[in-house]
Design a protein around this ligand. Structure first.
Ligand SMILES: Cc1ncc(COP(=O)(O)O)c(C=O)c1O
Length: 389
């Protein structure tokens, strides 16, 4: 295995790195023997990684029954399948709610349906990192059928009150799809109690799987029509796609090395404990924010995030330049720009974008200390080059 490069990796909200050693080993093992399972082989070697991953996810998220956990390519793929499947066969023209807090993986599928005049879309503003319950109530019309929103913001690190939002929309008979891409693995999620109809996750962020994996939990399979058909290894004489879960939404050969990795990642998180992950993240994030607040020319966009995300700008500097200096002069990998959430940026920084530091369970206190020192140094130098703000 290659030695780790001498970097401080703080771009975990994009994809987590490093992965636990168990995840790397699971990928290796999954490819060392021929795949087993799904009616596609007479072999009995190896593990049924697909079932292992389904059961691991079902356990971590309290998503019952495990067959209602569906695997896809990523969170974006899941949102497309759910949104398109929700409207398949429905009359055009109904009303849908989403928020300015959402990622393009929610916004773009919805804007496309609006462009095709299949839906009317209302995009709700947010305040303090969350959409206000009274603004949801006020936006509901008799033909509102669906709300899609994120649980955790990938820019602000805020977590929305999903129980309250779910209660409001369900009181009006509206279906509720939640994008849990930034939340799963970072904060406890219990789908037994959460009033959501579908919950989307991605494999390669807080769950420590590898890119190209993700999925969703769907409470009522009949509420979403499949929009993809093909071989499932089951009921193969029938030319109609199976209606049973999870085959209803899964066809073609699975990404089983990816699912082996996902099972290992989820088991790693489960044995570490999501509460322990959240506690460490809260402490380190609070430290970083406390340090950055000491410099007057640093604007922090959420001073009390619930996820390990710190987004900021240094007055007098472009966010790309800050990112460049962090990477080149200090070996710190952050992310700059718009983070695929254009409406958040329109609201917080006029659409210019910002620098985002995002932590994981593997981020050390020393890395946080060095990062705080580096950002403060850059801010002080900005002050001396551009004058006080
Ligand atoms: C809130 C949110 N939703 C969706 C996504 C898309 O995730 P994926 O890369 O799994 O499609 C991301 C990741 O960038 C995200 O932050």
């Amino acid at each position: 295995m290659a030695d780790n490069p001498p970097i401080i990796y703080l771009n975990n909200a994009a994809t987590t790195w490093p992965k636990p050693p168990e995840v790397l080993e699971a990928v290796r093992q999954s490819l060392a023997l021929p795949v087993f399972g799904s009616g596609r082989t007479t072999g009995s070697q190896g593990e049924d990684y697909i079932t292992l991953a389904r059961e691991a996810l079902s356990g971590l998220l309290a998503a019952d029954p495990p067959e209602h956990v569906v695997f896809t390519q990523n969170a974006t793929d899941s949102l497309n399948l759910l949104i398109q499947g929700f409207f398949a066969g429905k009359e055009a023209g109904c009303h849908v709610l989403t928020t300015e807090l959402d990622h393009n993986s929610v916004l773009r599928p919805l804007y496309e349906l609006e462009r095709q005049r299949r839906i009317r879309l209302t995009v709700l503003p947010f305040e303090n990192g969350s959409v206000r319950p009274d603004s949801i109530e006020a936006a509901i019309t008799p033909d509102t059928r669906l709300m899609v929103t994120t649980q955790g913001s990938n820019v602000l690190g805020s977590v929305q009150d999903i129980p309250r939002i779910g209660e409001i929309v369900h009181d009006h008979g509206i279906s509720f799809i939640v994008d849990g891409a930034q939340a799963a693995g970072h904060i406890p999620v219990n789908l037994r109690n959460l009033p959501v109809d579908a919950y989307v996750f991605t494999g390669h962020k807080g769950l420590f799987g590898i890119p190209g994996t993700g999925g969703f939990y769907l409470r009522d399979p009949e509420s979403i029509a499949p929009v993809r058909y093909g071989g499932t290894g089951t009921d193969s004489f029938s030319l109609s796609h199976p209606r049973e879960m999870p085959e209803r939404f899964e066809s073609g050969t699975h990404n089983y090395p990816g699912l082996a990795a996902l099972a290992a990642g989820v088991n790693y998180i489960a044995s570490t404990g999501v509460e322990a992950v959240a506690e460490k993240a809260e402490r380190q994030t609070a430290f970083l924010i406390g340090e950055l607040k000491r410099e007057q020319n640093i604007t922090i966009y959420n001073e009390s995030p619930s996820l390990p995300i710190v987004s900021f700008n240094i007055r007098g500097m472009e966010n790309d330049d800050v990112g460049f200096i962090l990477a080149r002069a200090y070996g710190i990998v952050a992310r700059t720009g718009l983070h695929c959430a254009p409406l958040v940026h329109r609201a917080i920084d006029g659409g210019k974008g910002c620098v985002r530091l995002s932590l994981s369970w593997f981020t050390t206190d020393e890395e946080c200390r060095l990062t705080a020192k580096a950002v403060k140094e850059i801010a002080r130098n900005a002050n001396s080059s551009f004058g006080s703000p």
